[in-house]
Design a protein around this ligand. Structure first.
Ligand SMILES: Nc1nc2c(ncn2[C@@H]2O[C@H](COP(=O)(O)OP(=O)(O)O)[C@@H](O)[C@H]2O)c(=O)[nH]1
Ligand SMILES: [Mg+2]
Length: 242
């Protein structure tokens, strides 16, 4: 083959490889764009766990005690208060405080498909009397098809850690796992027609642990009251990137 022909062939190769590269880059862009779309983070959990105080603390760096009313819609898009002084680009976070009352929970079904993550707030002070109810709420979220399919990350946030009588996050995690294990057994005993939940949790024959969930479930501590919210902020920032 003459030198000229070789050069032409090489050029063709270059053109096709560049073409493929461009394809790859644009596919990557589409994926990145899709993934970076949602900046919505939900604050869920039982009433009284501290969601509203956390919302204000993350937005304003203050718990706004005394002025907080449950009638106010807590839905806002903002740069986290602690990051206001930071230089460089920061993507605003869309944070929604989902009321814990069971009558208002259907709202969660509307919000979950568009959410990047869920923060499930637990009252670490008054935990034991509410353990069953918290586990039921958590179970309902974790078995939703949309959570399982989208692998929506969840943070179980043990709040009110400022009090010495607050339970540790390890204790809370274990108790919730035990309670969910019981729920799993009792709910799968009901005829399938009665089960509203989309997915079954965990591995049959093994005790339930959060690590068995298809979505990533992590546990952290906070105090919305005193502003100890760095672990929540870290969770949010890992999901909401500029
Ligand atoms: N000690 C302590 N109390 C808190 C904390 N966060 C909220 N509370 C109190 O718990 C109650 C419920 O808080 P709120 O934010 O309204 O809970 P929500 O129903 O989940 O929105 C209020 O009396 C708050 O003052 C916290 O981090 N530490
Ligand atoms: Mg509230």
């Amino acid at each position: 083959m003459s030198r000229k022909k070789w050069a032409v062939q090489l050029n063709r190769c270059d053109v096709t490889s560049v073409g493929f590269e461009e394809w790859g880059v644009s596919l990557l862009n589409v994926r990145v764009l899709r993934r970076s779309k949602s900046n919505t983070i939900l604050l869920a959990g039982l009433s009284g766990s501290g969601k509203t105080v956390l919302f204000y603390q993350l937005r304003d760096g203050s718990p706004h005690l005394g002025t907080v009313t449950s009638m106010e819609p807590n839905d806002g898009t903002f740069v986290l208060h602690s990051e206001l002084q930071k230089k460089g680009k920061l993507k605003p976070v869309h944070l929604i405080d989902v009321p814990g009352h069971s009558r208002l929970r259907p709202k969660l079904d509307e919000l979950l498909p568009h959410s990047a993550g869920v923060i499930f707030v637990v009252d670490s002070l008054d935990f034991l009397p509410n353990c069953r109810a918290a586990a039921e709420y958590l179970y309902d979220i974790l078995t939703k098809a949309i959570i399982v399919k989208r692998r929506t990350p969840m943070l179980i946030l043990c709040n009110k850690a400022d009090k010495v009588t607050a339970h540790s996050k390890e204790f809370i995690r274990k108790q919730l796992e035990k309670e969910i294990d019981k729920l799993r057994a009792s709910r799968s005993a009901i005829s399938t027609a009665d089960i509203a939940n989309d997915f079954t949790l965990g591995i049959p024959g093994e005790g339930f642990t959060f690590s068995q969930c298809r979505n990533k479930v992590t546990v952290a501590e906070s105090s919305g009251l005193t502003g100890e919210v760095s672990q929540v902020e870290q969770f949010i920032r890992e999901l909401v990137k500029p």
